[in-house]
Design a protein around this ligand. Structure first.
Ligand code: NTF
Length: 819
């Protein structure tokens, strides 16, 4: 498998040469960061050869292309992953050792490109890996944020956000392509001109401001197949700077405005996960990258095809949530205004080229732009959406004559707002959810009316993750063990993991499996000691909840349960209790006050519990600072218990749940999102399921909620824990610090429903499930079997499977191989 380019000596020479050229230093004089840059350039050199080969092959084969349009790509570090996919990891590791460097340390020099918030952005990154590995022609299209998701510092238990200046030393894996720049227009007005030659009206945007979109390409390396696809992220540049002659030198004010527009657009990723904030700059970001991407795609299509009517045969635009929904209107604009098509022609093409993925049913995440804002910023696009809406309402009226209720619920523009989800559904040929349960809820609840109108558009694509990053790279010990037992076919065919099932009762295999888990726990314990100064015992149960902080994900229920356990141990010191380490990792959106307070609570409980010598270290609580892709890989590998405890119906899929399972952690969770399918694969007996079902939750919600007070009044354990939020136990006597959390559960003053996420309703069932976890863990062989079976049954959850389903059922792409 060793590529010619990776002859060790040659590689070493190239690293030395790069150090010399970049820094005028010898390898002995260079620091680790400089070595990282030099190594990355050497790797990029190999990648570029394959990138060119891939380009040639695509030109020759002319395969159908999918453009994966996404505001977020949470890529994580590239160096290690590229080496893995080039099958050169071990060779390069050795080469560097011979030069006196440790590849792991070099990898740690790379900033995490964090151009995403959480699941949605990381899914996009996994999809790109799978598309390249399976040999499909795909472009990721996104934004080159100068600042990615903030870095999290914990100060006095509180989250502090620090800017993530990931580009400050230069990012070696990107390639600037100014020759493919595109102009993007904002504001102004639309002039309508009658054209007697065609008998049609022409629509011309005037008085606008322009920004230049400059693409930067990042290589996406397929696994062992020489395919290198492209992630194209757009940066903004003032047009005046770029082409002085093209702009009106006299108009100073406009020039300054254009400069500012360009400066701001790509500044920073909005740090909200599952939440819509409605900021004008966000709308600018959306149109900016969509306009540039669609223009580029059409230009590319036209280079090798003569008839735009064939676009749907050769191109699909996949919309990653509603953020890129502008695509529908921008494509219409190009086909109508620039290509001179009729509305009917343009609509026929658009609605067979766009497809939409829904990633959430959380009402607060739905994008609804005020007409005012929208029409001012994007006058022509708004005009087109108005016409789409007019015709769509006509269609509703034809189907449901006289039913105003349907129009009210389904219109794209209503109540002064543009509803992006409605536009995405009307303007595309496919609507998919991201796990079976989620898709069913979309059909039966959230999008019921649309499903009734377009049943054939709806389909499910259960999410997946790439095993190349989350096992092969993140857990080398387990990866080698798996390969020793079943060969390495699993790297590109994860279903083969089921061959491990025959080892489930094998004592030797169980021991080896748990020994690897132990070593990974030692690795994580070391990281925790270095980064948190907390000593944890790798023989304790590592119980882990890592994901964005959100009320619906219920980190609060987890920490309340820790408080309950602590009370139990204090009250009954003699009680049999298996030592447990509760590990949390989570960023909260900067403006999400309650989420940030929950982080403080976790750290406050950690402070008390970890420093109480009377409990003999039976309980430890750790909040890992700055949870991100790079430390996630290590955390998944070390987990015994995977916390997937969202309020049923709220987590569309979850993907962390899959990464834990792959690494042999056992799930404690609700019947939510993809948990349902995880349990189906691994069996009820190898997971710990508890709590209200999604039907029960939805039922309560449709009937005005439930009364958490009854649990407070009737359950002394719950009451004790809640009282500790307001009696100073975890706040040095400050009764007010955590009162908002207390109030959120019992609603003494807020206008929201009390305990929106059913924490008190599920609390006892959760505690009981945790008790079952403890009992099960004490049975060493029994636990080893459960853990091993989780890995063995995780085959379904590879993003390779997900992508193949998108290809077969939505995109219909052609497979490409490099000759
Ligand atoms: C997220 N959605 C969901 O909350 C997760 O359950 C899911 O696993 C990922 O998408 C990927 O599908 C969002 O982040 C968003 F933006 F839709 F709210």
């Amino acid at each position: 498998m060793l590529d010619n380019h990776f002859k060790k000596e040659e590689f070493k020479k190239s690293v030395k040469e790069n150090v010399k050229m970049l820094y005028r230093k010898t390898i002995e004089e260079a620091n680790q960061e400089q070595i990282f840059q030099a190594v990355s350039l050497a790797v990029k050199d190999v990648i570029i050869d394959n990138w060119l080969l891939t380009q040639k092959q695509y030109e020759k084969d002319d395969p159908k292309i999918v453009y994966y349009l996404s505001m977020e790509f949470l890529m994580g570090r590239a160096l290690g992953n590229n080496l893995i996919n080039l099958c050169a990891y071990n060779e390069v590791k050795e080469a560097l050792e011979e030069l006196g460097f440790d590849l792991n340390v070099i990898e740690d020099q790379e900033p995490d490109p964090a151009l995403g918030n959480g699941g949605l952005g990381r899914l996009a990154a996994c999809f790109l890996d799978s598309l390249a590995t399976l040999g499909y022609c795909a472009y990721g299209c996104g934004i080159r944020y100068h600042y990615g998701l903030f870095k999290q510092k914990i100060e006095n238990g509180f989250q502090v956000e620090v800017p993530d200046n990931w580009l400050k030393d230069g990012y070696p894996f990107e390639l600037r392509r100014p020759e493919y720049a595109k102009e993007v227009k904002f504001g102004g007005y639309v002039k309508v001109e009658y054209d007697p030659a065609t008998g049609r009206n022409n629509f011309v945007q005037e008085g606008y401001q322009s920004v230049l979109a400059i693409p930067y390409d990042m290589p996406i390396v397929g696994y062992n197949n020489k395919i290198v696809n492209t992630l194209r992220i757009w940066d903004a540049q003032a047009i005046s700077e770029f082409q002085l002659d093209l702009f009106d030198k006299g108009d100073y004010r406009k020039a300054v405005e254009q400069e500012n527009l360009a400066k701001n657009i790509c500044d920073v990723l909005y740090p909200n996960d599952n939440h819509y904030a409605g900021k004008e700059l966000r709308l600018k970001q959306q149109y900016f990258f969509i306009s540039a991407s669609i223009q580029a795609a059409i230009e590319k299509f036209k280079k090798s095809h003569s008839d735009l009517h064939d676009l749907p045969k050769k191109v699909t635009f996949q919309l990653n949530d509603t953020h890129p929904t502008m695509t529908v209107a921008e494509l219409m604009r190009i086909l109508l205004d620039e290509e001179g098509m009729t509305w009917e022609e343009a609509w026929e093409i658009t609605t067979h080229t766009c497809a939409y993925t829904n990633h959430t049913i959380m009402a607060e995440a739905l994008e609804k732009w005020p007409i005012e804002l929208f029409s001012k910023l994007l006058p022509r696009i708004y005009q087109i959406i108005e016409e789409i809406n007019r015709r769509f309402i006509q269609e509703i009226n034809n189907k449901y004559p006289g039913n105003q209720e349907k129009v009210r619920k389904m219109a794209i523009i209503y109540d002064g707002q543009v509803k992006m989800a409605h536009l995405a559904i009307a303007g595309g040929y496919s609507v998919n959810g991201v796990a079976r349960l989620h898709t069913e809820i979309l059909k039966k609840q959230e999008l019921k009316d649309f499903y009734e109108m377009y049943p054939d558009k709806f389909n499910n694509k259960t999410n997946g993750i790439t095993q190349r990053r989350f096992l092969l790279h993140g857990n080398p010990l387990l990866a080698d063990w798996v390969t020793d037992h079943i060969g390495d076919g699993w790297v590109t065919d994860l279903a083969q993991l089921s061959k491990l099932k025959v080892y489930a009762d094998d004592k030797k295999a169980q021991q080896e499996f748990m020994n690897i888990k132990y070593q990974n726990k030692v690795r994580l314990a070391k990281y925790i000691l270095e980064h948190n100064g907390i000593e944890v015992d790798p023989r304790s149960i590592f119980d882990v909840q890592v994901k964005r902080l959100h009320e619906y994900k219920r980190q609060l229920m987890n920490i309340l349960h820790v408080m309950y356990l602590y009370n139990q141990i204090k009250e009954h010191p003699e009680m049999d209790f298996y030592p447990r380490t509760f590990i949390f990792g989570a960023k909260a959106a900067a403006g999400y006050v309650r989420a940030k307070l929950t982080i403080k609570l976790i750290n406050a409980v950690a402070d008390v519990v970890n420093n109480d010598r009377s409990i003999n270290g039976k309980l430890k609580v750790v909040f890992i600072e700055n949870y991100r892709v790079s430390n996630a890989e290590m955390i998944f590998a070390a987990a015994d218990v995977s916390e997937q405890i969202s309020t049923a119906s709220k987590e569309a899929s979850g993907t962390g749940n899959m990464k834990f399972m792959l690494n042999g952690a056992v799930t404690i969770g609700t019947m939510d999102g993809a948990n349902v399918e995880i349990v189906e694969e691994v069996g009820q007996e190898n997971a710990f399921i508890f709590g209200l079902s999604s039907d029960e939750v939805i039922n309560y919600e449709n009937n005005g909620g439930y009364n958490p007070m009854q649990y407070f009044n009737n359950d002394p354990d719950i009451r004790n824990v809640l009282m500790q939020l307001i009696n100073g136990t975890y706040s040095n006597g400050d009764f007010e610090l955590f009162r908002d959390i207390y109030d959120s559960l019992l609603n003494t003053k807020s206008s929201d429903r009390a305990d929106t996420y059913f924490i008190l309703a599920d609390f006892k069932a959760y505690a009981e499930a945790q008790k079952r976890v403890e009992e099960a863990y004490k049975d060493e062989a029994g636990w080893a079997k459960k853990a091993l079976l989780n890995t063995a049954c995780s085959g379904k959850f590879t993003s390779d499977r997900t992508i193949q389903q998108y290809v077969d059922e939505i995109w219909h792409l052609d497979k490409v191989t490099i000759e």
